[in-house]
Design a binder for this molecule. Structure first.
Ligand SMILES: [Zn+2]
Length: 432
């Protein structure tokens, strides 16, 4: 017997990028119906059109005043930084040395990692994030802990152990140990439940050439794994990379020389890019994880989304906790709008919503699984309360325009507006 459930509420989702396909790509049903069968979306549309066709015994949950959206997709976040978010320091390289590396050292301990993994996944779900691409620490225990916790929740999660043989004491692996551990983690976890593995060189300065070469070999040996790393985040970092890799055309080319620029590769930040490297990313089908709250927090720079668009590079959003200042993809989308304003290229809130949902799925190559309410997608979705705070309730009273509603939710909302989160059709977080 199929497990069929129907939800009646307002619904919004994207079928395409509204920057390319126009605003019709954003589907809005003020009184909608979402039909879920065995953890997948079976149908979605207007309540009046679809409800007469429901089988008489289908349970219908009515959620008046709620807006259902696909679960948010966070394409860049660091699990072992959960406990050092909001740590004051200097810019990127100082912040790493003073705040980040000490916090990551404790993830060698499995019991600590298990405790943090529960809190980390709870926090993602409280914020309506149902898929994330996650950096573990250098320690295999951190990744084992995170995958075990995500598997138990049937959550779609991509993660990997940081590769950093040039890392500081207590956080350095070797090219040989990192290859063995990565291969072992892939064998243990990749494609179990909804888990995926990402080969994870931390950034160019943290790895030897031997380690980067091994990362490329592993990536190409397993067609089902991803690559995640950082690229062109801060001017100081870019200068140091140019010094350390004099043979490379630019920062992206360092990764390219080791076979790391592919359509399964996600590069965080990409603020200080050459036109050549943006063209090369577009050609390869690689994606950018734009992390605006982090970039503002560390003073790294202002990512230029319009420029990435002109070069045809796929872009999505990442929180980059703990340099990022919020787990909320709504807050992150609002920050992306603010950063775009600084370039004089306003980001339409409908597009920002796309970037946080279907755009994230596309960056990960998972658009046939998640990111929208198209039939057959996994039923990862959230319920938002547009009256979650007194100010939102006043601001959105009587508002029916979905662009206006989404923008107010981004600017004024955060985890407080997420009342429920479902994973594969099962409630995984609720505050109702
Ligand atoms: Zn990062």
């Amino acid at each position: 017997m199929a497990d069929v459930r129907a939800y009646r509420a307002a619904l919004v989702h994207c079928l395409d990028d509204p920057a390319k396909a126009g605003e019709e790509a954003v589907v809005w049903h003020p009184d909608g119906l979402l039909l879920v069968e065995d953890g997948h979306v079976a149908d979605c549309g207007d309540w009046t059109a679809l409800s007469p066709h429901l089988a008489a015994d289908t349970p219908v949950e009515h959620l008046p005043g709620r807006i259902l959206t696909p679960g948010f997709v966070d394409t860049h976040i660091h699990f072992p930084q959960i406990d050092m978010i909001a740590a004051f320091s200097g810019q990127l390289l100082d912040w790493l040395e003073e705040k980040t590396f000490p916090a990551e050292r404790v993830f060698a301990d499995r019991a600590h990692a298990d405790d943090a993994a529960r809190a980390f996944l709870d926090e993602l779900l409280r914020n309506g994030t149902t898929t994330a691409m996650v950096f573990g620490s250098v320690h295999r225990a951190s990744v084992d802990a995170l995958f075990e916790a995500a598997l138990a929740r049937n959550m779609r999660l991509i993660a990997g152990k940081s590769l950093m043989d040039h890392g500081p004491e207590g956080l350095a692996d070797t090219a040989a140990s990192s290859r063995a551990e990565t291969e072992s983690l892939i064998a243990d976890w990749s494609r179990r439940g909804r888990l995926g593995y990402a080969v994870t060189p931390r950034f160019a300065l943290s790895s030897s050439r031997e380690q980067l070469a091994a990362a490329g070999e592993i990536l190409h040996a397993h067609g089902h794994v991803w690559l995640q790393t950082h690229l062109a985040e801060s001017p100081q970092e870019v200068a140091q990379v140019a010094e350390a890799f004099r043979e490379s055309k630019d920062y992206l080319d360092v990764y390219d020389q080791f076979g790391l620029v592919t359509d399964r590769s996600v590069f965080a930040h990409c603020i200080h890019m050459t036109p050549r490297s943006l063209d090369r990313m577009a050609e390869a089908g690689a994606a950018i994880a734009h992390c605006p709250t982090s970039n503002l927090f560390l003073g790294s720079g202002l990512f230029d989304l319009a420029e990435a668009d002109r070069h045809g590079v796929k872009t999505a959003l990442g929180t980059d906790v703990g340099a990022g200042t919020s787990f909320s993809m709504l807050t992150t989308a609002a920050a992306a709008c603010n950063v775009a304003q600084m370039h004089g290229s306003p980001l339409d809130p409908l597009r920002a919503f796309y970037l946080a949902t279907l755009g994230g799925a596309r960056a990960l190559g998972l658009e046939d699984r998640i990111g929208s309410f198209a039939a057959g997608r996994e039923a990862d979705f959230v319920a938002l309360d547009p009256a979650a705070t007194p100010l939102l309730a006043r601001r959105l009273y009587g508002v029916r325009d979905i662009r206006e509603i989404l923008f107010a939710l981004m600017v004024l909302g955060d985890d407080r507006v997420v009342t429920r989160t479902w994973l594969a059709g099962r409630s995984a977080h609720s505050r109702d």
